[in-house]
Write a protein that binds this ligand. Structure first.
Ligand SMILES: Cc1cc2nc3c(=O)[nH]c(=O)nc-3n(C[C@H](O)[C@H](O)[C@H](O)COP(=O)(O)OP(=O)(O)OC[C@H]3O[C@@H](n4cnc5c(N)ncnc54)[C@H](O)[C@@H]3O)c2cc1C
Length: 818
């Protein structure tokens, strides 16, 4: 490691505890700390360490031992955790603006802990927040501080029960009424119910709702986004005319409350139209800066591109976690051996290396790509905000849209396949829920679906490439793009004439070999797809049929190959740049070559069919090179995992522990709760910089049967500190997370510090007092109080539809329709 950063590197990246993984660590060809510093930089490593430590230090994030939480509890706990993230200012707004990569890092760190938490935070803060910021204008900026301090909680409601991928067919309407200067948001029928919307199930108070905008006499102006309040932020009860609820248990991410909503003539102010793409004057005239409808539609859905780019990062995180678990396990798990006396780690088997190490290489290559694409997107967004209307900005938008549309499929599928391979590579232990591979697989799964089904999305990328070819062949236009991802197409006919000519295995062990092969492959698939499309049209198919009939084997493969080429190219350039420290060059270049060759090997049939490969030597050389690289990387694998794995508490997989000690299966996981606080959760008092005190309050509910009451949507525990002479201070709201809960309460020193307060637990929604006891530290003594008070909340009003049917029957029909 460079001497200047050695000291800080050691503090940031302490040595791992000694254990069975030591043998592999000692054999590594490089310093894992040096690689971590090179790839991430000190600043980013410090941020990640701060986030991970903060989570580990707070009991709210204690991993529930003894099995899964019930879904309702999990959702409540997840909300509390999300609120905690906001309260603890893990990333200051100035830092976010200064370094967008830090926002990505925060979401990914939370995701490493639990995707339900990261998704909840991400949907509110980034999807809802950035939809308002990017699609709205100054009149909407009033929402931004409320988003940051969680005065309101948001969601992004595009998909409906009957349409998701086909966004143009969304049926919710927004009719403008000039007499009151309001829009009337309406769901014409059950099929138009907003559906799947993350955060909408229980917690969102506001939604960005996509609806077809109508003006009197002006007809329909297409899909636009509106800010609609769906719940009262104080009670979380639905607003008049809104029927909203939770869609129920999913295959994964069950801490996140995905929901549905129907709107019955809900009136919102004219100003709540997000008006960057189009606006309505008070009199009811529609105005838009875009001449072209398609351009405006693209702008109103622009926020989808940024979500897709984020999903690439999320998928990479999942792949990193899975390979970390499987490689650490493989380095310590011993099976068979050359003699009866000696068993060897399963990582020594060529088969295990071939199954896992390409996914390790993929995690590195895709991680680099994902960061670079994120920065490209940040540049694009800067341009939009600066109202850049140049041709370059428009071209950049098209290029990033094409890249984002194929990178989500590539990253999410690679992660999904990789996690499954890791699961199987850990044998039975991989199937044990506590080792987390199953959860990772289920939590990664929807990355293949939301923000557009992967297979459908790929069409966006192939359409982009085909249109470039048409422009080139028909109009003689140059194939040059702002990010240079398509510049190689300038040499399209020459590249098609190239052949695989690699003299020796030695020469094949570099990523320049797959890079050249991929350029040929993309040109070949582009020519094939174009010819197929024209042939379909010549044989009488209309445009719609022709496009559909050339997806399989043509356009789909084209889009994937183009993206693989881009990933290989960017990682190749990154690992071959002069600034790579010499001790890291060999390992990084091996990773780059392995990812490129392994990806390419999945297209061997096409490479032979199109004539790039000929004779058996070419195919064999690629296979031998892959195995060779796996064997060369085998001793580095544990150190490579050390660079990307989070701390044990976050990784949360006994077989993936950093010391390599395997779990003692005879030790039953601890049962949560009990009537006394466990030692780590005992009441403590902490001093804040501003003279305030933080107190951890341990709440023991004295009766198991209390628990179901807290599942109700409105049940919140609030701890209030009363002074003897009257006058109370509600120090903090908190939600019980189980039979025994811990919440942290801040209150200023001063009158409360001197007084002897009476703590009260208030339970909105519960008709009778709940037997509970709270303990906390006050003036250096542990205080304990029994609780007797309860809040009442009004009964939930019944939703009445236009035809007068009550809410529950509507819900029955809605669920019946599923
Ligand atoms: C966990 C989760 C969270 C979500 N969160 C949100 C959210 O917060 N907000 C929101 O608005 N939405 C959300 N969604 C919805 C998501 O965006 C949609 O599910 C997605 O866009 C797919 O739409 P769909 O489910 O209606 O599938 P459909 O569009 O009905 O497609 C079904 C299938 O048909 C096939 N298909 C469709 N069109 C074509 C075509 N042109 N060519 C070939 N095959 C085709 C594909 O195989 C596709 O999978 C979420 C979904 C999930 C699973």
């Amino acid at each position: 490691m460079a001497s200047s950063s050695e000291g800080s590197g050691d503090a940031l990246l302490p040595d791992f505890p000694r254990g069975p993984l030591q043998a592999y660590r000692a054999r590594a060809s490089f310093s894992w700390k040096e690689l971590a510093l090179f790839l991430e930089g000190e600043d980013m490593l410090r941020l990640k360490k701060t986030i991970f430590s903060a989570l580990e230090d707070d009991p709210l994030f204690a991993r529930p031992g003894g099995g899964d939480l019930p879904m309702e509890k999990y959702r409540e706990l997840n909300f509390l955790r999300c609120r905690w993230v906001f309260e603890h200012d893990l990333l200051r707004v100035e830092d976010m603006l200064q370094s967008p990569l830090k926002v990505r890092a925060l979401v990914n760190c939370l995701g490493m802990y639990d995707w339900s938490l990261a998704a909840k935070f991400f949907l509110h803060m980034l999807v809802f927040g950035s939809a308002i910021y990017n699609s709205g204008s100054e009149r909407h900026f009033k929402y931004i501080p409320k988003i940051f301090n969680m005065e309101i909680f948001g969601c992004f409601a595009l998909t409906e029960l009957s349409h998701g991928t086909n966004t143009k067919a969304i049926r919710t309407t927004a009719h403008y009424d000039p007499t009151t200067e309001e829009f009337i948001i309406h769901s014409p029928d059950f099929e138009a119910a907003k559906f799947w919307v993350g955060n909408m199930g229980k917690t969102a108070t506001h939604a960005v709702v996509f609806a077809q905008l109508h003006t009197p006499g002006g007809g329909c102006h297409g899909l636009h986004a509106f800010v609609v309040q769906i719940r009262d932020p104080k009670t979380l009860l639905p607003m008049p005319g809104v029927m909203v609820g939770d869609i129920g248990k999913k295959l994964g991410q069950n801490g996140l409350d995905n929901g549905f909503a129907m709107f019955h003539q809900v009136r919102i102010p004219r100003q709540d139209l997000l008006n960057r793409a189009g606006d309505v004057t008070p009199e009811g005239t529609y105005v838009t800066p875009f001449k072209d409808d398609r351009q405006r539609f693209g702008m109103s859905l622009a926020s989808l591109s940024s979500s897709r780019v984020s999903i690439v990062g999320m998928s990479v995180v999942n792949l990193k976690l899975a390979v970390s678990i499987a490689i650490r396990f493989s380095a310590t798990r011993r099976q068979f051996g050359p003699t009866d006396e000696e068993e060897i780690p399963v990582l020594e088997y060529q088969m295990q290396q071939w199954r896992l190490l390409p996914y390790l290489a993929a995690a590195y290559a895709l991680d680099h790509f994902s960061k670079s694409l994120f920065l490209d997107l940040a540049e694009l967004q800067q341009g939009w905000l600066g109202k850049d209307t140049s041709a370059r900005q428009a071209e950049l938008g098209r290029e990033i849209h094409a890249l984002a549309s194929a990178s989500k499929p590539l990253a999410s599928w690679t992660a999904q396949r990789g996690i499954q391979e890791c699961r199987e590579a850990c044998g039975g232990h991989g199937y044990l829920a506590m080792n987390r591979l199953g959860h990772l697989r289920d939590d990664n799964d929807p990355n293949c679906t939301y923000e557009g089904d992967n297979n459908v999305l790929l069409q966006q990328t192939s359409n982009y490439l085909l249109s470039l070819l048409t422009r080139r062949t028909q109009g003689g236009a140059h194939c040059k793009s702002p990010l240079k991802t398509v510049d190689f197409l300038e040499a399209y006919p020459d590249i098609l004439g190239q052949r695989f000519e690699v003299p020796s295995l030695e020469d094949c062990l570099d990523s320049s070999v797959p890079l050249a092969a991929y350029e040929w492959l993309v040109c070949y698939l582009l020519r094939e797809s174009d010819q197929k499309l024209n042939q379909e049209k010549r044989s009488g198919s209309n445009d719609f049929e022709a496009r559909n009939n050339c997806q399989v084997y043509y356009c789909r493969s084209l889009a994937l190959a183009f993206l693989e080429l881009t990933v290989v190219r960017r990682f190749h350039e990154h690992t071959h740049q002069p600034s790579v420290p010499p001790p890291l060059r060999a390992v990084l270049r091996r990773l780059s070559a392995l990812y490129g060759l392994w990806s390419l090997s999945q297209h061997t049939a096409l490479l032979y069919r199109g004539g790039y490969f000929s004779g058996e030597q070419a195919g064999k050389m690629i296979e031998t090179a892959i195995l060779d690289l796996c064997s060369q990387l085998k001793d580095d694998a544990v150190a490579l995992v050390d660079v990307i794995a989070p701390p044990d508490f976050v990784l949360d997989s006994p077989i993936g522990r950093a010391d390599g000690e395997q779990p003692d299966a005879t030790q039953a996981p601890p049962r949560p709760g009990g009537l006394s606080p466990p030692p780590s959760l005992a009441p403590t008092v902490e001093s804040g910089e501003d003279g305030s005190s933080a107190c951890r309050v341990f709440v023991a509910f004295l009766h198991d049967s209390c628990s179901p009451r807290f599942s109700s949507e409105a049940a919140w525990v609030k701890v209030r500190f009363d002074r003897p002479g009257g006058g109370g201070r509600l120090a903090h709201g908190s939600r019980p997370t189980g039979r025994d809960s811990v919440c942290r309460v801040w209150w200023p020193r001063g009158p409360h510090g001197k007084a002897s307060p009476r703590a009260v637990i208030l339970l909105p929604g519960c008709a009778s007092p709940v037997p509970a006891r709270a303990s906390w530290v006050q003036e250096d003594r542990v205080q304990e109080k029994e609780h007797t008070e309860a809040w009442r909340v009004p009964r939930r009003p019944c939703f009445r539809s236009r035809k007068g049917r009550v809410g529950c029957s509507i819900m029955n029909v809605l669920y019946g329709a599923l």
